[in-house]
Design a protein around this ligand. Structure first.
Ligand SMILES: Nc1ncnc2c1ncn2[C@@H]1O[C@H](COP(=O)(O)OP(=O)(O)OP(=O)(O)O)[C@@H](O)[C@H]1O
Ligand SMILES: [Mg+2]
Length: 232
């Protein structure tokens, strides 16, 4: 059996202001295996985005533990967490979040500007990431000159250019039509199967679910590991 990449132990999460308290997770236990392609399902407002933010270290929990492999991450301080995040997780959003004034290759290069890599090393990594998502011939295009699926693939290249083991995807095909969704899903499948990336994908889309091997459905504050699907 594969080792866990994320383990949540008795995680409580709520939001509160002076008037009310919104409970999201109550003693949530969950294990996601290394190298997994899993779908996170559940109704709107059930806590799917919150889960991704917790896993990615951009939101905090109220109690419990979160482990990434052998590292406990919920008690890291801000600078340790920032370093951990930069080395381990890339985010992909429904709205692509590309910078419109920058070309595809400049967008992909952004996470590398904070590293010590030389310009030549950065360019080599950017070219490899764009090749991986099948966009070598669009490197100089700006987002407005690309289709939705191509823009999302630029965002995927940006998320993986620093060679991170985990991609956290929040409805990555939510803004795309069927054909361009399939392009993006095929790219994610390639990254999972051939490059061993662990992919955790929130989605409402049944086709997207069929690309995942495991799915977790949020039910009354707890994620139920539902099915082990044969990878299509
Ligand atoms: N910063 C916040 N302050 C207060 N409540 C919040 C905050 N962020 C999220 N919530 C609440 O937490 C609940 C879960 O939100 P979340 O965004 O995780 O849902 P979701 O499952 O991703 O929904 P959707 O499918 O609509 O994207 C919602 O009721 C939301 O209103
Ligand atoms: Mg959401």
């Amino acid at each position: 059996m594969k080792d866990a990449i994320f383990t949540l132990k008795k995680v409580d999460k709520f939001y509160s202001d002076s008037n009310e308290r919104v409970g999201i997770f109550d003693k949530l236990d969950m294990t996601i295996k290394d190298g997994e392609f899993c779908a996170i399902l559940g109704p709107s407002g059930s806590g799917k985005t919150t889960l991704l933010n917790i896993l990615g270290g951009v939101d905090t929990i109220n109690s419990g533990e979160i482990w990434f492999r052998d590292t406990r991450i919920d008690n890291l301080n801000q600078s340790q967490l920032t370093r951990w995040r930069a080395q381990n997780v890339g985010f992909i959003f429904q709205q692509f979040n590309l910078i419109s004034l920058l070309s595809a290759q400049q967008n992909v290069e952004l996470p590398l500007l904070m590293t010590k890599l030389t310009r030549t090393e950065r360019q080599r990594k950017v070219a490899a990431a764009l090749e991986l998502v099948g966009l070598t011939d669009r490197a100089k295009h700006k987002p407005a000159q690309l289709s939705g699926g191509q823009q999302q693939r630029v965002a995927i290249a940006r998320a993986l250019v620093a060679d991170l083991p985990v991609l956290l995807c929040d409805e990555p095909t939510g803004n795309l039509d069927r054909d361009t969704s399939n392009e993006v899903l095929e790219t994610l499948r390639l990254l999972n199967k051939d490059f061993g990336k662990s992919i955790i994908m929130v989605t409402h889309d049944q086709t997207a679910q069929s690309f995942a091997r495991t799915s977790f459905r949020l039910d009354k504050g707890t994620f139920i590991e539902e099915v082990l699907l044969a990878c299509a």
